[in-house]
Design a protein around this ligand. Structure first.
Ligand code: HEM
Length: 212
């Protein structure tokens, strides 16, 4: 039962996550492209009832996921079964922090939680040490988690060799996309200048918040 509900809720929030990650890929082009798309997409997911559904779906996903990890603790055998639990555990940690930070920034600090809000942590010392792996692993964990789910779900249709290859391909694509998203936010493709209000969020002066 927990499995079925966990998969159902994954499909619902999966559509948001797909568009959310596409939004971040647009940062490869420019900050304007990222912000314009987010502004457009917000018209839908910021509708109070939709946002409430999305956030409760995420909470359910985290809770049910942690329960699934606990139920099979010490019983998982093989690379994909273990990776499923590790990537799920990381996603639970990431999502709780990520959503709390976005809601906190929006409500208590009155910030527009756009590209600059996400990128600020990558430009202010010493926060990069936390935020580079934090974001990189989040996008990678999503792909790894999906790869593991497909590895399991296709067990009666595909040979083990094909399932392993498919899983590896999905993880490799995730690793590459995640690298590009993180590098774009870190200002590797074009300079990123963090506006004062976002630098202040980290208790830093804007001078130290200029992209490399
Ligand atoms: C590089 C990785 C990521 C970055 C830079 C990032 C950035 C952001 C930003 C800036 C927002 C605020 C959006 C707004 O104000 O409208 C946000 C919201 C959100 N993100 Fe992410 N995100 C990342 C990855 C993820 C992943 C992997 C997930 C899910 C597994 C996720 C789930 C969410 C959710 C659920 C919201 C809340 C939407 C809302 O109610 O406003 N994010 N993210």
């Amino acid at each position: 039962m927990v499995h079925t509900l966990h998969r159902l809720s994954a499909c619902l929030i999966g559509s948001f996550i797909t568009i959310h990650l596409f939004n971040h890929l647009l940062a490869l082009g420019s900050i304007d492209a990222h912000i314009s798309f987010m502004t457009y997409f917000r018209q839908f997911y910021r509708i109070p009832v939709i946002e409430a559904l999305l956030l409760s779906g995420i909470l359910f996903q985290v809770g049910s996921g942690l329960r699934l990890i606990k139920n099979r603790w010490g019983e998982r055998r093989g690379f994909y079964a273990r990776l499923q639990a590790i990537s799920g555990g990381y996603l639970a940690f990431f999502l709780i922090n990520h959503i709390a930070a976005v809601l906190f920034g929006r409500t208590l600090h009155g910030l527009d939680t756009n590209f600059y809000f996400a990128a600020a942590g990558l430009h202010i010392s010493p926060f990069q040490l936390f935020f580079v792996p934090y974001y990189y692993l989040a996008v990678l964990a999503i792909f790894a988690h999906v790869a593991c789910a497909l590895h399991w779900l296709s067990r009666e249709r595909l040979t083990l060799e094909k399932r392993n290859r498919l899983g590896f391909l999905i993880i490799a694509i995730g690793a590459l996309l995640s690298l590009f998203i993180t590098l774009a936010m870190a200002g590797v493709f074009y300079p990123v200048e963090i506006p004062t209000q976002y630098a202040d969020f980290y208790g830093n002066s804007p001078e130290t918040a200029t992209g490399p």
